[in-house]
Design a protein around this ligand. Structure first.
Ligand code: ADP
Ligand code: MG
Length: 645
């Protein structure tokens, strides 16, 4: 610590909390969080270091026999680990044998990875006949039982360590080839590869510049997870006398030699056995750790898969419900913990009455989706935690309901429509199947009745030829149609609340207008309350009755849509509205809002918008700004609003 204080460069490295990189921990730090993997790495490093240093360590000659001292117990006669049946020093043989085993295992892994990946790479990229020939060859290798094939290869090549190495490498080639081929096959048809081709790059450049970097992590992961196996297999061959030949020792042959004196001198077999266990175990732990760290989906900070329901850790009792159908009160949702904690939602209050449409507007990253997902416990935990607040549905506190009841409410009482209908619809099932599945998830419905209801729903969302479209796959529909299907699925169980999270963002303007009209009509006909989330003030007036404007995880202004659009009170709302282009007003200045929202890892103590605000004064930054009521059901979180101060 004191050294840090003297070295200025060390201090620069220290406060990571204020830097953007803080929220994404480095690979090494992620790895370190995994205690098992770190332990495995420590043990493995020690073993490898000792094996590498074997020539300089003060060890006895591993091959020097001394029949007078045969089968000495550990800690006797100057032999730390005793001697074997020929009086050779076990410790020395163990270190040298470990060296051989590690070398063979590592080399075999390298050869298998290199050859196997190359085969898979070429087969996957070239496709067609090349693929067929290469992969059938691989299939032939796979058609034999694994260890038998290795035995057969050694039988042909003759016993010996090098031949055992080849045999192990060969039988492991298919694992790399198949893995890499599958991956390359998918990558070779991706848009960025097409883009590289269109830019005039040759096959080799594409293969090594575009595809290889994407395959590399998988090769590394496969290597780290198969190396333990290869060491075991080498030991197996040596155990059978087909690998290392006397007098040279490897762990497998030591085990084999120890077998004959197992009852007289168990240490001769047990010691190499324990060593094999330790090496393979530590390699596997490190391999698992490497896999977890290299998988970008696990990089968000947690090494565990999110549970089915968001973690709720409320300290204070939630405020009592008011009268709204859906009421969110004082909601706080955070991601991660410690230095990389992000306060995504910081005390949000919202309410929606029966049949009402509430618009939630704000820039990307303002916490709209996290708020909406928190309601039904759908934010991924880990890393998310709901730290405070409550969500009441018709007076029931959703955060205290048991999982079973929440599941029954999801999709039935509260349904969601998401931004990208292509990624929310299952690509392998017809839309009919998926709508029917949504129906049957919440009650027993006969096959016929469900199908009839599905047709009704598609009619409701104005999909022409509904009966026929039931048998279409998602990719056969246009973006607008897919979003209609998404809405139909959400409406399947006649929800009380429909949460539409940017449902029109992925669509072009004309389709967007159609979907908005559809939502507005459905809201009247089906009497469903809608929470309509968008970043675009332009679409708000088309559907919503009331608007809540969000900024940096807080609601900064609420009010009836018309009044709020006509006379925004918060400077942020004013600027957001000014960003919307108006047709027929080409002279209107579109003012982008300068600056960026504050980091939610360290939210400012006062108004979050202060740094970008033209009306900012000293008091804005001093303390948290509370919501204060304005006229006619409006409220604003601002000390110096545009009007009504
Ligand atoms: P939007 O208003 O665009 O819907 P979100 O609610 O999706 O914004 O996100 C709000 C903030 O929450 C983001 O800026 C991000 O920092 C954080 N966040 C969202 N999802 C995750 C996640 N899975 N892991 C970590 N942080 C997240
Ligand atoms: Mg969002």
């Amino acid at each position: 610590m004191s050294a840090d204080a003297i070295r200025p460069e060390a201090r620069e490295d220290r406060p990571p909390a204020s830097r953007p990189s803080a929220s994404r921990p480095s690979t090494w730090r992620l790895f370190r969080r995994n205690a098992l993997a770190t332990g495995g790495l420590a043990i493995l490093t020690l073993v490898v270091a000792v094996a590498l240093l074997a020539p300089v360590l003060p060890l006895a000659d591993p091959d020097a026999t001394a029949l007078a001292e045969r089968l000495a117990r550990p800690l006797t006669g100057g032999h730390l680990l005793g001697t074997d049946a020929l009086g050779r020093d076990t410790l020395s043989r163990l270190v040298w044998g470990t060296r051989v085993s590690l070398l063979v295992g590592f080399s075999a892994t390298l050869i298998a990875a290199l050859v196997g990946s190359l085969i898979g790479f070429v087969a996957g990229y070239a496709g067609g006949r090349v693929d067929a020939v290469l992969m059938r060859g691989i299939d032939m290798v796979l058609a034999f039982p694994y260890i038998l094939l290795a035995l057969a290869i050694v039988a042909v090549l003759g016993p010996g360590l090098i031949n055992a190495l080849y045999a192990i490498a060969i039988v492991n080639i298919p694992f790399f080839a198949r893995n890499v081929r599958g991956l390359t096959l998918g990558l070779a048809r991706r848009e960025f590869v097409d883009a590289a081709r269109l830019s005039g790059q040759g096959d080799a450049a594409i293969l090594f510049g575009e595809v290889l970097p994407n395959v590399m992590p998988v090769i590394v992961i496969t290597m780290s997870t198969t190396m333990g196996w290869m060491i075991l297999e080498t030991a197996g061959l040596s155990f059978l006398g087909l690998g290392a030949q006397p007098p040279r020792a490897d762990l497998g042959s030591m085990l084999g030699e120890g077998r004959t004196v197992l009852f007289n001198a168990p240490h001769v077999a047990v010691i190499p056995g324990v060593m094999i266990f330790v090496i393979v175990m530590s390699i596997n732990l490190v391999g698992d750790g490497v896999r977890d760290v290299l998988d970008p989906r696990l990089r968000s900070g947690a090494l565990a898969r999110p549970g089915a329901r968001a973690r709720i850790a409320r300290r204070e009792a939630p405020p009592p419900p008011r009268d709204g159908l859906l009421e969110i009160a004082g909601l706080r949702t955070t991601f991660g913990a410690g230095a990389s904690k992000v306060e995504a939602v910081r005390g949000v209050d919202l309410h929606v009455a029966e049949g009402e449409c509430l618009g939630v507007v704000g820039e990307s990253g303002s916490g709209k989706s996290v708020t909406a997902m928190s309601v039904m416990g759908l934010v991924p935990s880990p890393p998310a935690t709901i730290e405070a607040g409550a969500a009441y549905l018709a007076g029931r506190d959703l955060f205290t309901l048991p999982d079973r009841e929440i599941r029954a409410l999801r999709g039935a009482a509260v349904a969601y429509v998401f931004q990208d209908p292509l990624s929310t619809l299952h690509p392998q099932f017809t839309v009919g199947t998926q709508i029917i599945e949504a129906l049957r998830a919440h009650g027993p419905v006969g096959r016929k009745a469900a199908r009839a209801r599905a047709v009704e729903l598609l009619d409701l969302v104005r999909i022409p030829g509904a009966e026929r479209r039931l048998d279409a796959y998602p990719h056969e529909l246009s973006g607008g149609m897919r979003q209609r299907v998404g809405i139909a699925m959400a409406l399947a169980n006649a929800p009380d609340v429909l949460i539409a999270d940017e449902p029109t963002t992925a669509l072009d303007v004309t389709v967007q207008a159609q979907i908005l009209t559809l939502l507005a009509r459905l809201r009247r006909e089906e009497t469903v309350a809608v929470v309509f989330i968008t970043h675009d003030f332009g679409v708000v007036s088309a559907v919503t009755d009331r608007v809540a404007v969000m900024y940096a995880g807080e609601v900064v202004e609420t009010g009836p849509t018309e009044a709020l659009l006509a006379a925004p009170a918060h400077p942020y709302t004013e600027r957001l509205i000014a960003c919307v282009p108006v047709l027929g007003e080409p002279d209107r200045a579109l003012a982008a809002i300068p600056g960026r929202p504050p980091s939610l890892a360290e939210p400012p103590p006062g108004c979050a918008f202060a740094d970008r605000c033209a009306r900012v004064e000293a008091d804005c930054r001093a303390a948290p700004v509370a919501m204060r009521p304005l006229a006619e059901g409006r409220a604003v979180r601002c000390l110096h609003p545009v009007w009504g101060a």
